[in-house]
Design a protein around this ligand. Structure first.
Ligand code: UDP
Ligand code: MG
Length: 160
């Protein structure tokens, strides 16, 4: 049993979180950012952004063949979104849990979608589904120089 192997399993991950246009329109930006901030993850990128169609299509390229794809692209480009990059050990899966199921009616109370939304087509927030997609999506939505490297003062109070 080698403790350093356990440490190396605790990989720092990055995830791309986005408040979708309905979340912005409904005034839920602060509420949604708060959920991740209070949990203890590190914000490394943040901007309000009007998404061009081409970027929305690239972001959701795996869903290209789905019947809802055109409506999804229309939804995501219908108004500004809030783009965020968050960093931390286990942040990808944890953020998905904080967000809740894709269908807000099935999302548990206490999750963002469970508390704040009622329909799949208006589910207020996006979160990457794997560490690989976290990296891919952050590089898609953020340009060089838009991300910040910083050391939160609370770090020793979050992890021993
Ligand atoms: N979506 C939809 N209808 C569906 C499934 C998905 O409109 O039947 C939309 C919804 O906004 C969802 C997004 O497409 O959040 C991406 O779908 P995915 O299955 O990746 O869900 P997520 O990862 O966002 O929970
Ligand atoms: Mg997804």
């Amino acid at each position: 049993f080698l403790p350093h192997l356990v440490a190396s399993m605790e990989q720092v991950e990055e995830t791309y979180i986005m408040v979708k246009p309905d979340g912005v329109q409904r005034g839920l930006v602060g509420e949604i950012i708060s959920r991740f901030e209070k949990k203890g993850f590190k914000l490394t990128g943040l901007k309000l952004f009007q998404c061009p169609k081409q970027l929305a299509e690239e972001h959701y390229k795996d869903l290209k063949e789905k019947s809802f794809f055109p409506k999804l692209i229309e939804y995501i480009t219908s108004g500004p979104v809030v783009c965020m990059a968050w960093e931390g050990v286990g942040v990808v899966a944890s953020a998905r849990k904080l967000i809740g199921s894709t269908n807000p009616l099935q999302a548990e109370p206490g999750t963002i979608r469970g508390d704040l939304a009622v329909q799949t087509g208006r589910n207020v927030v996006h979160g990457s589904d794997s560490p690989e997609n976290g990296k891919r999506e952050i590089s898609l939505w953020f340009k060089e120089g838009e991300l910040c490297e910083w050391a939160p003062v609370q770090a020793p109070w979050l992890r021993e």
